[in-house]
Design a protein. Sequence first.
Length: 503
Amino acid sequence: MRRSAPCAILLSLAAAAAPACAAPPVTQPAGPSAVPSVADYRARIAAIDDAGPMINAVIALNPDAEAQEAVARKVQGPLAGRAVLVKDNIETRDAMATTAGSLALEDNVTGRDAPLVARLRASGVVILGKTNLSEWANIRSDHSVSGWSAVGGQTRNPHALDRSPCGSSSGSGAAVAAGLAWAAIGTETDGSVTCPASIAGIVGFKPTVGLVSRTHVVPISHSQDTPGPMTTSVRDAAMLLTAMAGSDPADSATAAADAHKADFAGGLDAASLKGRRIGVLRRQAGSNARVLALFDGALADLARAGAELVEIDFKPDEAMYRDEFTVLLTELRSDLGAYLAGLPGKPPVRSLADLIAFNAAHRDSELRWFGQDTFELAEKSTDRAAYEKARANSLRLAGVEGIDKLLRDNRVELLVAPTEGPAWPIDMVTESHGLSGIGAGSLAAIAGYPHLTVPMGAVEGLPVGLSLIGAAWDDKRVLEAGAAYERTRTAPLAAPSFRRWGE
């Protein structure tokens, strides 16, 4: 388990400690011989996550990480010895529970690797530990607080400790931004990789659903769930995706993954935007003047690099969101129920109904800040015909008549929009929300298409990301465009302050 350390601890990865132990983020050295060690990251986690600003992004540390590191550094390849954190809804064989943030699973040590984790290990990655998350990946209630779980407490945003880290891969985003690991793995159903990445000022990639296995990952929806990398650069995300991707006999959605697997990092350095037609989702940029100014600056960078920008006025059919919710409720009941029923050992819950009863019995710790209204709706969602109709319609509106039609009718290969607005205050009592009308991530989430967010600047020190969205299995093309934008970006990027906003 984690150990605290005093603020004065030597941070071997930081040049110096700023006031209040607000150490600057890690600058990753180049070359395999310079890869920071597990011990280096443990020291930084002790000083910044457990003490000092107390980001609270890491929920557990792998007790065997140092021993595994010695083996991992002997692997040939760019990931050898790289320390990676994984979201605490992804199983690893290490002596760490996979809790999804819930007290119901606080003893859920399965002793098995999710296939994506096994692939990472084979590529030389060291599993450093687990990251906190919005409990049950933010699906328990419409009123949930991003970054809070009963097991891990509240994760803080390194850029503003009193502002949201967004969910549900909040700990993964905050950890990477704070330099607590080389990279992290998150999961997304709708916005849970891209939103925390945008708000943390890092790169987040939601791949095509089916490119990466979901086996031994606590589920919400087999239609929309996917793990994805969260990193400080597009190249790092592409390297991790190369290791993670591939077919898994236990996950039928990945049947075509091997056919689409590639060296996603190959050619990124030479990737160009010249002559590439990119659709600008103007309506999805919202109305906030400062976000619009950042977006216009990013568009100017794209144009200066040779991209041909095509303005698109698109308003999605509201039925898409309505039907998505029906799908998520129905699949949550069946998919999470099947996961719980198949767990080894003797967990206290084996179904969604069991989980609802557990939360009610532990109301003071589990339900203090918000309820479980979405769980209760899901438990009643048993109309198969309504579900199938909703899935077909939401997929059609997001895919064939959404992204596919926009790409085809406007003769563009990618769509761009701001990912999310700047981080909003954390408010456990009266709630608080971000700017409305910003982002197009639900289109990619519902359709199952690739979505990359890359930092494009900040508003008053609060990062904002640029979304690049493509067609199904166009993951490499999206990453290439993101890498090319990253090189041409002119906006300054904010470094984490490790303070409350405005201080």
